[in-house]
Design a protein around this ligand. Structure first.
Ligand code: 2AM
Length: 282
């Protein structure tokens, strides 16, 4: 039965920078560079039949990318783990982890709180070491995934079962889409909301916050298209006032949502639109 966890997975440059910050004389043993990661949720041993539901959960959580500053060593006494911690904690990381924990709760898992984001560098360390703080490091977090921990004669290795990209954030902090990424991003999603907004549009900022909360409560992925950038898309869709809100089902336009920027109104509009055949493409 697989032993599973969700984690942020570093790019090769960040991985090398993390490896450089493993103290040489901390006791215990260093984590092999290829294993360095940041755990979002540890699930432990699972039934093989649960993997699909866990993969689907991750697939549906679309969060924007972010930069993670890492600048402090920390130590877990019980686990004997020496780690590198995040300070300050970027809001998109808190949001991603909270959405994952809520999704897992709905599948019956309880994820211990509080979430202490950390990259373990050495294990079996008996004493919190007095090493000086490392050179600060900024991890451009662009990818996360579901992993299996596999034991071997060479020690434990982590095998990705699914990897998901974190798209760049738009002007209002939602994952950004443009004409090139729209189809690829929306196709796997049974329900997705796309706001077309503008940089200096106050009503767009308000709607973005409502969509973010709604996404977290309902599990519906939300995106934004920057009207100033995606001119071709805006013309094709005939957008004439901002913000405009669209519902997509597996990458196919389902409806324009013409409703108040309040959670209950949007939920009612989505649920009503899902009962009807798809409208013609905008
Ligand atoms: P760690 O980095 O703090 O040691 C894969 O084993 C990942 O899951 C590791 O990153 C590890 O966190 C975490 N993990 C392993 N056992 C755990 C446990 N019992 N509780 C919480 N996290 C655990």
């Amino acid at each position: 039965m697989p032993r599973l966890f969700y984690a942020l997975w570093p790019d090769p440059v960040t991985r090398a920078a993390l490896a450089e910050r493993i103290p040489e004389d901390g006791g215990g043993h260093a984590v092999p560079p290829e294993n360095l990661h940041l755990t979002l949720a540890f699930l432990g041993v699972c039934e093989a039949g649960q993997v699909e539901a866990l993969r689907a959960l991750g697939e549906g959580i679309v969060s924007p990318s972010f930069d993670l500053p890492l600048g402090e060593y920390g130590w877990f006494e019980r686990a004997g783990a020496l780690w590198l911690g995040a300070d300050p904690l970027p809001a998109p990381l808190t949001v991603l982890q909270a959405r994952l924990a809520r999704g897992l709760a709905s599948l019956g898992w309880t994820i211990p709180e509080p979430f202490v984001p950390h990259v373990t560098l050495r294990r079996g360390v008996r004493k919190g070491c007095g090493v000086l703080p490392p050179r600060p490091l900024c991890w451009p977090v662009r990818q996360w995934g579901l992993f299996e921990s596999v034991g071997s004669a060479q020690g434990v290795r982590y095998r990705p079962l699914a990897l998901w990209a974190l798209p760049p954030a738009g002007p209002h902090g939602l994952p950004r889409l443009d004409e090139f990424t729209l189809w690829e991003s929306l196709a796997p999603l049974p329900v997705a909301l796309v706001m077309v907004g503008g940089v200096h549009c106050g009503a767009c900022a308000v709607l973005a916050r409502v969509l973010e909360a709604l996404s977290s409560h309902k599990g519906w992925p939300v995106f934004e298209v920057d009207a100033n950038e995606a001119g071709a898309l805006v013309r094709e869709w005939g957008v004439f006032h901002l913000p405009a809100l669209y519902l997509f089902v597996n990458g196919v336009h389902q409806a324009v949502l013409d409703c108040e920027a309040r959670e209950p109104s949007i939920i009612a509009a989505v649920e009503a639109a899902l009962l009807h055949p798809a409208e013609e493409a905008p």
